[in-house]
Design a protein around this ligand. Structure first.
Ligand code: ADP
Ligand code: MG
Length: 248
């Protein structure tokens, strides 16, 4: 069985204990569809320390989303270990410990942007979910749209709403799957500024992306190819290494 196991730290919900990293070690994951097997991860090691922004690069199909899903406990690796500081397993981590911006966003169509963003705070029993949601929307330039439904705003606005939702509990770690994929350059720069501000308050940020702006804004780059890590380095150095491709 997959070794997703305890990080050896006490209860969920606190900040990353003692600067420990969100970590995946020796991760393997094969997707099976009938007789077809896709080896999406073939022994991936990745770590994100509190306060750093790590860009996860790779072409469409290289395994980025599968890796993020394993780190947040939405998929189980066939082999390897995931440790989430502050939680016994990724699946048990609440959104103050480890929050996600999914590639397909996962906003609830029936709820306003404010109610979508407030949801993690409501579920966590935080004191004033609506105020926290409005502040988060404001920070991402969406204050005026708070009472609209997701269908009534653009895809880029939906994307920023999903980011505001992920940040509403000030998570110790944030995992974001192509969070600038639907944004123009100006908005991307704004969103990257918000991610940097989070990192400056101690959040460890892992961003899957093809976007050269994300690479330039990252402290470090981890490059995936065909389910393996093929390169790692500083954000700036790796920016030109691979042609941008359509979102994966
Ligand atoms: N649920 C699934 N069933 C079968 N194959 C999958 C599934 N999810 C992803 N894959 C395959 O795994 C590989 C990695 O996909 P993914 O992790 O989504 O990569 P990326 O996010 O880098 O585009 C791709 O070949 C993809 O088609
Ligand atoms: Mg993907």
């Amino acid at each position: 069985m997959a070794g997703v196991h305890a990080a050896g730290v006490p209860a969920a919900g606190g900040p990353a204990a003692g600067g420990a990293a969100l970590r995946g070690t020796g991760l393997y994951r094969t997707h099976r569809r009938g007789r077809e097997e896709v080896h999406a991860l073939r022994g991936v090691d990745v770590a994100v320390a509190p306060g750093e922004v790590v860009a996860l690069l790779g072409r469409s199909g290289s395994g980025k989303t599968t890796l993020l899903h394993c780190l947040v406990g939405w998929e189980r690796p066939d082999r390897g270990e995931v440790t989430v500081p502050g939680a016994r397993s990724p699946g048990e981590a609440d959104w103050s410990t480890l929050a996600v911006v999914p590639q397909r966003l996962g906003l609830l169509d029936e709820l306003t942007l404010a109610d979508n963003v407030a949801m993690p705070a409501r579920l966590a029993g935080a004191p004033d979910p609506r105020a926290a949601a409005l502040a988060g929307l404001e920070q991402l330039g969406l204050g005026a749209l708070a009472d609209r439904l997701p269908d009534e705003v653009s895809l880029g606005e939906q994307q920023r709403t999903a980011l505001a939702r992920a940040l509403v509990l000030r998570p110790a770690f944030l995992v974001a799957d192509e969070p600038t994929g639907r944004l123009d350059q100006e908005l991307s720069v704004h969103v990257l500024g918000v991610l940097r501000a989070c990192a400056d308050t101690g959040t460890g940020v892992l961003v899957a992306s093809h976007d050269p702006l994300v690479v330039a804004a990252a402290d470090r780059v981890v490059r995936l190819s065909d389910g393996r890590v093929v390169g790692a380095g500083d954000g700036g150095d790796a920016a030109g290494g691979q042609p941008a491709r359509s979102a994966g």
